[in-house]
Unconditional design. Structure first.
Length: 176
């Protein structure tokens, strides 16, 4: 697949119409059973048939039968890293023989259980390990260049590393 050819008209449009490059990504809750406090369903607005089930982690009293929100976050990083790497490889004309992306994180469940202010609520560290095997790269130089490029252009990795402003609001209203 020629990624450069696919991207050429997009690049031209974004040069001539810079505002068209700004994309809004939206995910919303899908109205899962409100009587079940341990599970929810969310989905991307652009893909109405896609449902991501999530639940409370077993470490905070959940059933542990579906991914927790932290798993979804780490999955987003793994998916972004892999897709970015594959696209960069295609742009470089590099054929990938093997590819693995492994992401893990440290999270102290005591923070979520409100066991004291000294315990953080969120994930405190994330490790993303990517390994790629390509042909004709005895010294590993091409693979290393490929990994550096993929790391540079991974949206989720960059967002986690640099941080982003989050405007969160919760509105409560009476059913009466």
């Amino acid at each position: 697949m020629d990624i450069r050819q696919r991207q050429a008209p997009l690049r031209e449009r974004y040069r001539s119409e810079p505002d068209s490059a700004i994309q809004r990504l939206e995910v919303h809750s899908l109205g899962a059973d409100l009587a079940d406090p341990l599970h929810c369903e969310v989905g991307p607005t652009r893909f109405p048939g896609v449902v991501w089930r999530s639940g409370a982690h077993a470490a905070v009293g959940g059933d542990g039968d579906v991914p927790c929100s932290g798993d979804l976050l780490l999955g987003a990083l793994a998916a972004c890293q892999e897709i970015t790497l594959r696209m960069v490889a295609a742009n470089m004309g590099v054929e990938i023989r093997e590819l693995t992306v492994e992401v893990d994180a440290d999270w102290d469940s005591r923070g979520t259980l409100a066991m004291g202010r000294e315990f953080p609520v969120g994930i405190r560290s994330i490790r993303c390990h990517t390994q790629v095997t390509i042909d004709d790269d005895a010294d590993g130089e091409r693979a290393e260049r490929l990994l550096r490029s993929a790391e540079r252009y991974c949206v989720v990795l960059d967002t986690l590393r640099t941080g982003v402003e989050v405007d969160a609001s919760i509105a409560v209203r009476s059913a009466a």
